[in-house]
Design a protein around this ligand. Structure first.
Ligand SMILES: Cc1cc2nc3c(=O)[nH]c(=O)nc-3n(C[C@H](O)[C@H](O)[C@H](O)COP(=O)(O)OP(=O)(O)OC[C@H]3O[C@@H](n4cnc5c(N)ncnc54)[C@H](O)[C@@H]3O)c2cc1C
Length: 305
């Protein structure tokens, strides 16, 4: 019978040491919403399970700067989706992350599942990760022993395939950090699933736009082996937006380019062809909302489709 050894570290450095000492035969567990599925099915059989539950220093949310000029936001790895969706600093300064976390699973999953686990599990459909990519976020890591030379890992480049990241077995995510979008930025997170509750995304689209600073970011979920940024679509937008006389037509072109950035597959939830059509339609919708509509779409709570 499979009986892993459970360890209960009290700080991140100790957790990383346990991971290192197990020589690759250990897994961290946070909320357990992904890992317990892997343990039950036998897809994961670590000899040691490192319970992060007592690492209270990984539960905070902090913001540099002032409310008028917010700087960098730091989020502990153990903050749950429910905690992010409701936190005033996140709702105010990174509403796209709150929106994305609101669409995760069910109230029970949102109460257990953590942002660190969402990123580390590296699902192409991970809602938190897609919003964090649009925020240009980085994972902050702790490695056993001396200070690491790579303790800030930008999420663009962090995901290497479904369930795969650049994280080494003895590295722990202690938090996530990003520069808050400027106060004038608008954003929207759209998720298409088979139903509203407990739906893994068929396609998700995250868009942030700040007209004065020339900022646009487009991130996609469930249309490639990892969450991705649609860089070519962003480049098209940025090179033509200021001079465009027909902005709706430009948005149509950017939405087409966004779909061209996707490389979806057929799976149980949708065909590749349907996903390609959907990502174009959703990108157009998202871009229109944040770039053309006057109402503050960043505060929408009805984005789960
Ligand atoms: C019914 C159901 C519905 C779901 N719906 C959604 C959904 O709509 N959207 C969505 O995005 N996800 C969904 N999920 C997936 C899951 O809830 C999230 O990915 C969640 O954020 C995972 O966090 P966790 O704390 O539970 O991770 P865990 O299960 O504890 O860990 C997941 C993986 O991350 C590693 N890990 C955890 N924390 C760290 C850390 N700090 N450092 C390094 N590695 C770490 C673990 O070793 C493990 O490999 C759903 C899951 C279920 C069961």
């Amino acid at each position: 019978m499979y009986e892993p050894a459970w360890r209960f570290p009290t700080n991140a450095a100790e957790a990383a040491e346990i991971l290192r000492d197990a020589g690759g035969d250990a897994r961290a567990i946070a909320g357990g919403t992904d890992l317990t599925v892997l343990l039950r099915t036998g897809a994961a059989r670590p000899g040691v399970i490192v319970d992060l539950g007592a690492l209270d220093d990984l539960r905070g949310i902090e913001l540099d700067g002032t409310p008028a000029a917010p700087g960098r936001m730091g989020i502990g790895a153990l903050v749950t989706h429910g905690g992010l969706a409701a936190h005033p600093l996140v709702v105010e300064h990174a509403p796209i992350l709150a929106e994305a976390c609101r669409t995760v699973g069910s109230p029970q999953i949102r109460a257990r599942g953590t942002i660190g686990g969402n990123v580390a599990h590296a699902s192409p459909a991970a809602d938190g990760s897609v919003a964090l990519l649009a925020l240009d976020a980085a994972a902050l890591t702790t490695t056993a022993g001396s200070a690491s030379d790579r303790d800030v890992l930008p999420l663009e480049g962090f995901f290497t395939g479904p369930g795969e990241t650049v994280l080494r077995p003895h590295e722990l995510i202690r938090g996530i950090a990003f520069d808050c979008p400027p106060p004038g930025a608008r954003s929207v997170y759209l998720k298409a699933g088979q139903r509203n509750a407990l739906a893994i995304a068929i396609v998700s689209v995250a868009v942030i736009h700040e007209p004065d600073g020339g900022l646009v970011r487009i991130a996609l979920g469930s249309v490639a082996p990892t969450p991705i940024r649609a860089r070519e679509a962003e480049d098209l937008f940025l090179s033509e937006w200021d001079a465009a006389t027909d902005r709706p037509a430009l948005i149509d072109g950017v939405a087409k380019r966004t779909a061209a950035c996707a490389s979806p597959i057929d799976d149980v939830r949708a065909s590749a062809r349907y996903r390609t059509m959907l990502v174009e339609a959703m990108a157009r919708d998202a871009l229109r909302r944040v770039c053309l509509e006057r109402s503050d779409s960043s505060k929408r709570s009805d984005s789960n489709r």
